[in-house]
Design a protein around this ligand. Structure first.
Ligand code: 3HC
Length: 287
């Protein structure tokens, strides 16, 4: 299989990373977002990353120009005709995602795979928004920063076809990623394991076991993590961490071990969301 053009719905962090990775691997990517500012930010991110790759001699100027030429930015799905693949990378909200799935099905025809970059929501549930296309719906979970992280967690819903799964594995490989299959349980594998660890780091902080920087140093130096769990929580977004914990709490028999820590919830409610708001566990105002 060799996909030539994909549509990426959502120009935020994940959508920008997915589209850049596609473009640097020879695939055209149309980024669709109703928010013009978001499209502008996606474009600057692409230009900056390509310029950096050239300056670091990871790409030639010609390769960078070609990658940039493969990227386009539009505000409606109707402007992304000819896409052979669609991946939704919008807000982590079931109702919004279901609405997008209905629109993707209406706009992209009956052959296109409809993938979602959800981090925890049931693929079978999302697929129920497009009953006629359930066999073409699949989870394609990328990791941030997408151009750097090697994994794509591939999640099949109850009705995902073998053909859709095989095509998703092939596209992930074409994008230079390593696809690994997981079943459709809340949080899949990655967040089922990662988020309770992050939540536990908040419990350790709340209990006074150590201050955040020391919790992070211990986990970085002692367990060889590139970032400590609290720094990583800020990087991912504290609201995202809280929401994923809640999806797992609701989706895994309301087991209390998945309830988000109170300090984490309080920070989110105070608007301290991590890197994106300039304040989370740490303060980023001064870089
Ligand atoms: N886009 C593209 N490239 C990026 C990037 C970005 N946003 N951020 C960093 N990079 C590249 C840099 O350009 C650099 O490459 P280069 O030296 O060849 O130019 C390389 O990554 C290393 O970056 P830095 O030197 O700036 O910094 P670090 O060495 O500290 O690495 C990091 C930064 C890659 C983010 C590293 O700290 C890391 O791997 N952190 C853990 C990230 C992680 O766990 N991600 C998964 C989150 S969970 C998730 O996404 C799932 C969701 O469902 C919650």
């Amino acid at each position: 299989m060799s996909t030539k053009k994909i549509a990426v719905v959502g120009g935020g962090t994940m959508g920008s990373g997915i589209s850049l990775t596609a473009a640097t691997h020879g695939i055209e990517a149309v980024i669709i977002d109703i928010n013009e500012d978001q499209l502008g930010r996606a474009k600057s991110y692409h230009e900056k990353q390509c310029a950096r790759a050239v300056s670091k001699e990871r790409m030639t100027q010609d390769e960078s120009d070609k990658a940039i030429a493969r990227l386009s930015y539009v505000s409606s799905m109707s402007e992304a005709s000819g896409a052979e693949w669609a991946v939704e990378a919008a807000t982590e909200n079931v109702e919004i995602k279901k609405k997008i799935f209905t629109q993707m099905q209406e706009n992209f025809g009956n052959e296109v795979v409809l993938a979602t970059n959800t981090s925890s929501i049931s693929i079978t549930d999302l697929a129920s928004a497009v009953p006629e296309a359930e066999h073409r719906v699949i989870g394609m979970h990328f990791f941030n920063p997408v151009p750097v992280m090697k994994l794509v967690e591939v999640i099949r819903g109850d009705n995902t076809s073998e053909e859709t799964t095989a095509a998703t594995v092939a596209l992930s490989e074409l994008m230079g990623k390593v696809p690994v299959l997981a079943n459709d349980f809340a949080g899949f594998v990655s967040n089922r394991v990662l988020m309770p660890m992050i939540n536990e780091a908040f419990h350790a902080w709340s209990d006074g076991v150590a201050e955040p920087k020391d919790i992070d140093s211990i986990m970085k130096l002692g367990c060889a993590f590139p970032m400590g769990p609290l720094r990583l929580a800020d990087y991912i977004g504290l609201d995202v961490c809280r929401d994923i914990m809640m999806v797992m709490y609701k989706g895994l028999n309301q087991n209390e071990k998945y309830l988000p820590n109170e300090k984490l919830v309080a920070l989110v409610e105070a608007g301290s969301l991590g890197d994106k708001s300039g304040q989370g566990v740490y303060n980023y105002d001064k870089g």
